[in-house]
Structure formats: C-alpha cells, structure tokens
Write a protein that binds this ligand. Structure first.
Ligand SMILES: [Zn+2]
Ligand SMILES: [Zn+2]
Length: 145
C-alpha cells in the first residue's frame, strides 16, 4: 500500500478532531507513522498548503505558539487559559463586525482580525480556589495545634 501523503494525513487528523486546536508539533506527533516523508518539516509544509487552500485556519495564541484548526468558514476569536493552556473558541459575529468597523473608521480595508483573550478558565479557577481554601484550613489547623 502506498503511504499516505503528509497533506492527506494532516487533513485527516483535523477531520478526526474537528474541534481541536493543534500546534505543528502536536500535529507531527499525532500523524500516523506510515505517512510519507513524515517529518516536522513536511508537516509544516502540509499545514501551509492546507492553509493556502482554505481548509485550515491558524491563530497566534501568545509567545511562539501558533495553532491550526479546521476551517469552519467563520472567523472567530479565542480564549486561552494561562494555567492549563485550554483554548476555547469565541464565535461572536458582533465582535467580527466591530473589528471591521474599527478598520474602516481608520480607512483601512479589513482583511482579518484575531483576538486572543488570556486568563484563567473556570475549571482552573475552581481548582485554585479549592487549593487556596485547603491551604487556609491547614494554616488554621497548624495554628490550633
Ligand atoms: Zn485552565
Ligand atoms: Zn479556534
């Protein structure tokens, strides 16, 4: 059997995980090993070709991290948790319209915008609160001893 080309393998991976955001490195680690010329360089090449073809989109999410995802045909922004790295999509057409309005008000013809909101997800906030509470309880116990 002919090995799958890296472009096909990469696209298949995104179809398998339609709601995931993956870095090039994560993609590389998840493509099947029987992929033709399976290297990080070939994954980067495949990602660039799929972006160009409009099948994927990418987003910069801080530091040197760029994630790729399946192009669902609508632009969206992202919420990124600084603690666990979770990435959530913000599908808000009003936000999109606002970006375009900001651009046009400055005589800028709008092409695209990418908003990333950094913070702490609800789960991490709950964990932090719980661990803070238990630390406080331990301090009280220690004081009582
Ligand atoms: Zn989190
Ligand atoms: Zn996204």
């Amino acid at each position: 059997m002919r090995p799958t080309s890296s472009r096909v393998a990469v696209l298949q991976l995104f179809h398998e995980f339609p709601n995931e955001h993956m870095t090039a490195d994560q993609v590389f680690r998840r493509v099947p090993p029987d992929t033709e010329q399976c290297s990080l360089a070939s994954v980067y090449r495949a990602l660039a070709q799929l972006l160009e073809a409009g099948l994927l989109t990418n987003a910069w999410i801080g530091e040197q991290r760029v994630v790729y995802e399946l192009n669902r045909g609508t632009r969206h922004s992202h919420l990124v948790c600084n603690d666990c790295g979770t990435i959530r999509d913000i599908d808000d057409s009003e936000l999109e319209a606002q970006h375009a309005a900001i651009a046009s008000a400055r005589e800028f013809s709008y092409a695209s915008a990418s908003l990333v909101i950094f913070g702490r997800c609800a789960q991490c906030a709950a964990e932090l609160e719980a661990s803070g509470r238990s630390a406080k309880v331990q301090a009280l116990v220690r004081r009582a001893e």
